[in-house]
Design a protein around this ligand. Structure first.
Ligand SMILES: CC(C)(COP(=O)(O)OP(=O)(O)OC[C@H]1O[C@@H](n2cnc3c(N)ncnc32)[C@H](O)[C@@H]1OP(=O)(O)O)[C@@H](O)C(=O)NCCC(=O)NCCS
Length: 167
């Protein structure tokens, strides 16, 4: 595999700051994870998840980064790069935002900054894998000029694979 630069871990946009995880993100991160509705996450469980993310980043040089609003300073979710179903060479872009922050363009704004960070590592292509029913996520990807590539089938349904070349 070619060598890639480490992804920048501090990104700023007009309304948002993406920066490294802190242990103090655990309570807000647990609320976000609990909003998925699959199970309740304690702050301790979220702290462990943060530890796992930080360890993964030390190994991979890519990261999912917490998103903080510049004006309120609150944690509203995360966005970044992850190997996911793809590879470290052509990773996935991923994002998840707290419900209270949806539909204000934040995911698109954060993901645009992550595209720049991905290009800065020297990578040439990103992927995203999304359930076909996830209209908001597909819309974010369309706004970012990702294009549909293929479908795969998993135990819990179809997965749409989208891709985007980096400049
Ligand atoms: C996907 C997600 C991150 C989008 O975050 P967001 O900050 O609301 O996204 P944005 O505001 O940047 O863009 C959302 C777009 O989807 C559109 N949208 C929202 N709900 C929609 C729906 N039910 N049908 C069609 N479009 C929809 C919005 O109108 C907006 O498009 P527009 O700018 O053209 O109006 C957020 O919905 C989320 O966290 N979902 C749960 C986690 C998740 O699914 N992550 C992605 C896994 S692949």
């Amino acid at each position: 595999m070619p060598t890639y630069a480490t992804m920048p871990y501090h990104l700023e946009t007009e309304r948002l700051i993406l920066r490294p995880w802190a242990e103090s993100d655990a309570p807000a991160f647990s609320e976000l994870l609990s909003e998925r509705g699959e199970r309740t996450y304690t702050a301790d469980r979220a702290r462990q998840a943060i530890g796992g993310l930080l360890a993964g980043t030390r190994y991979s040089g890519i990261a999912l980064l917490p998103i903080q609003r510049r004006d309120d300073g609150d944690f509203i979710g995360y966005c970044g790069l992850t190997t996911g179903r793809s590879t470290l060479e052509e990773p996935e872009i991923a994002y998840e935002l707290c419900r209270r922050a949806h539909n204000r363009g934040y995911a698109t704004e954060a993901a645009r900054a992550v595209l720049g960070a991905a290009a800065a590592t020297g990578r040439r292509r990103l992927w995203s894998t999304v359930a076909p029913w996830n209209a908001p996520s597909l819309r974010v990807l369309a706004k970012l000029e990702f294009v549909r590539d293929h479908l795969s089938m998993e135990d819990n349904g179809e997965v749409v694979w989208l891709t985007r070349e980096l400049p």
